[in-house]
Design a protein around this ligand. Structure first.
Ligand code: C5P
Length: 220
């Protein structure tokens, strides 16, 4: 059978990562977290003292760090110049800066290229999650899903993950990041015309997973 390519996009806190990993594991597909790649390049910029408020400074070094993603859904990995950055890329200092870095066209061009190489190498197929996968990275994906949820639900999920984080602060930070991601010029967060929208506000994670698995199986 031909590899199946699944694109899952949507804002933060909609359950994209949990859903994408579980769907890939259940169906024997690879998994790529593209947000982790943008976080990894941001981590490198912060560590190398690049002024991320200066898009030309960011653009000038966009090709420098070597970013490698491991695509096993049971244990995805991410390294920058050989360093495991899975932990540090989830820290607040990276999260608060990633939207500025990911808005720089040279960064997007470079990371998009990496993503296409990884997707085309997948033997059985791959679930790729992000913000612009269905619109820009893999416009010919076999299935495109756009996950949404109310801001309340998304903030509640995120602050649950962040253990003890204040709900209002989490909600504000999340809304700010989504607005930046949806408002940027180069491939903003957007639903592709042919994507299936799934509102997860009232659904359990298990229900979302089942819904997506069913949709993939219909395409196979
Ligand atoms: O999904 P996650 O929250 O880890 O994504 C982190 C950031 O990476 C997003 O806020 C966005 O700025 C950027 N991103 C992107 N395009 C993607 C995936 C993530 O610009 N396909």
């Amino acid at each position: 059978a031909k590899p199946v390519i699944v694109a899952i996009d949507g804002p933060s806190g909609t359950g994209k990562s949990s859903t994408s990993k579980a769907v890939a594991a259940q169906l024997g597909l690879n998994y790529l977290d593209t947000g982790a790649q943008y976080r990894a390049i941001t981590w490198w910029m912060v560590n190398n003292g690049i002024d991320i408020e200066d898009p030309s400074a960011v653009a000038a070094v966009a090709g420098k760090p070597e970013i490698v993603s491991g695509t096993d859904p049971e244990g995805p990995t991410i390294t920058v110049d050989g360093v495991d950055v899975a932990g540090p890329i989830r820290e607040q200092d990276v999260t608060s800066r990633v939207s500025a870095v990911s808005a720089v066209p040279e960064v997007r061009a470079r990371i998009t290229e990496l993503q296409r190489v990884i997707a085309s190498a997948a033997v059985t197929g791959i679930v790729v999650e992000g913000r612009d996968i269905g619109t820009t990275v893999l416009p010919d994906a076999d299935l495109k899903i756009f996950l949404t949820a109310s801001a309340e639900a998304r903030a509640a999920r995120r602050s649950g993950e962040l253990k003890g984080a204040d709900l209002d602060t989490t909600r504000e930070a999340l809304i700010k990041r989504d607005a930046a991601d949806a408002g940027r010029k180069t491939s903003p967060l957007a639903k592709a015309g042919d994507a299936v929208e799934v509102d997860t506000t009232e659904l359990t994670l298990q229900q979302v997973i089942e819904c997506v698995v069913t949709l993939v199986e219909e395409k196979r």
